[in-house]
Design a protein. Structure first.
Length: 163
């Protein structure tokens, strides 16, 4: 009887994650505000900006978009994997991947997203490379390569565990 109570309590405790996933939706709102703040700063200056500065600003917007997509992916698939299935009625707008990402696949997607975000950040840095110390550039590249190697290792380990 005690074992059953402990198991039910542990199983019910998964709902403690629900407010965390709701918090991610608030983070997404904050990210959206920041995105549109950047767009509003860009619009009046767009005709005066150099091509390089425009590309840097657009890369910053793409970076914010990728982070937002990462938040959505973690929020929905994490909720479905660890809290409860999201039941949408037939005919409602449903994400194609919803219900198909297990925790291993989610880790892969997160790792790939981090590599993509890091790639954009590194590209932004290289567009201003003449203003950045070579030692700092080297550390940026090393950090990016660390993300790439980590993502590859996660993918390899996931492949090993699925066979």
């Amino acid at each position: 009887m005690l074992e059953r109570i402990v198991e039910q309590t542990l199983y019910a405790s998964r709902w403690l994650l629900a407010p965390i996933f709701l918090g991610l939706s608030l983070a997404l709102v904050g990210l959206g505000i920041k995105f549109f703040q950047e767009v509003l700063h860009l619009l009046p200056l767009i005709l005066e900006m150099s091509e390089a500065n425009l590309v840097l600003t657009l890369l910053a917007l793409i970076d914010l978009t990728l982070v937002g997509s990462l938040i959505v992916m973690v929020m929905f698939s994490g909720y479905e994997n660890f809290v409860s299935k999201i039941d949408l009625k037939d005919g409602e707008d449903k994400l194609g991947w919803l219900g198909k990402l297990d925790s291993g696949t989610l880790k892969l997607k997160v790792a790939a997203s981090i590599v993509a975000i890091s790639s954009i950040h590194l590209l932004r840095i290289f567009m201003n490379a003449e203003q950045i110390d070579n030692g700092k550039l080297m550390w940026y590249v090393i950090l990016h390569l660390t993300f790439v190697v980590s993502a590859l290792l996660v993918a390899y380990i996931d492949k090993l565990t699925k066979h």
